[in-house]
Design a protein around this ligand. Structure first.
Ligand code: PGA
Length: 247
């Protein structure tokens, strides 16, 4: 059975002291939500310390990286490889719209990152989403997802997590329409089959998360801004955990 998942993407925010305070508060706050997997993705430089803090008490809260290189080693100043991340984390976000936009990541590069993650036994959290709503958005997004999976085998799909993040809803004032997202996610489900969790991401907060996770198509959420405030992130985790427990 697919588990409910809440991912916190801290992006490029916070000093080490902030990261430790936030990680400790989240670890304590989600302690009893044992049906849920919370994944915390701090800036790479704080990953070992955050991993140390969160792995102390729980097995349902895990660290994740925000990015990897698609090669395992080499002369690539400033980069981090999947085997390096694997020493401290179990997950890595790939294909985030900010990486596509500001770092020119193409479908080919992202598909290699997906394969590099799977080869290193990391679960990639694969982000896909259209720039704006159009009549053919669902087809476009599922085509993109298919192309991102070309370098892994079907029996490895159980290791992946998909995050449907319409680009216009990331870092925005409002999330996308939940009903519409559930429809797109149904299409993505046809691509990955039944084992991979599929999340929604984009302007999620404690006030709107229920509208998304009450839909059986949506297995959880990827949270940006609201993951930087422990009380908001814990509230989101509580709502997801409680609702997904009932169904
Ligand atoms: P947001 O970010 O929740 O701040 O919109 C989402 C994301 O990181 O994808």
């Amino acid at each position: 059975m697919r588990r409910p998942i809440v991912v916190g993407n801290w992006k490029m925010y916070g000093a080490l002291s902030d990261a430790l305070v936030l990680a400790t508060a989240i670890r304590n706050g989600v302690e009893n939500f044992s049906n849920l997997e919370a994944i915390i993705c701090p800036p790479a430089i704080w990953l070992p310390e955050v991993a140390e803090v969160i792995s102390k008490k729980n097995d349902h809260i895990s660290p994740g990286a925000q990015n990897i290189h698609y090669l395992s080693e080499g002369e690539y100043t400033g980069e981090i490889s999947a085997p390096m991340v694997k020493d401290v984390a179990n997950y890595v976000i790939v294909g985030h719209s900010e990486r596509r936009k500001y770092f020119s990541e193409t479908t080919e590069i992202i598909s290699r990152k997906v394969a590099a993650a799977v080869d290193a036994d990391l679960s990639p959290i694969i982000c896909v989403g259209e720039e704006k709503v159009a009549a053919d958005s669902a087809e476009k997004v599922s085509r993109d997802l298919k192309n991102l999976l070309v370098d892994i085998k079907k029996n490895e799909y159980k290791k992946i997590i998909v995050a449907y993040e319409p680009v216009y809803a990331v870092g925005a004032a409002e999330p996308a329409n939940p009903e519409y997202c559930a429809k797109v996610i149904q299409k993505l489900r046809e691509v990955v089959g039944y084992e991979s969790p599929i999340l929604y991401g984009g302007s999620i907060n404690p006030g709107n998360v229920f509208e998304f996770v009450k839909r059986p198509e949506i297995d959880g959420v990827l949270v940006g801004r609201a993951s930087l405030k422990a009380s908001d992130f814990i509230k989101i985790c509580r709502i997801v955990s409680e609702y997904k427990k009932i169904i």
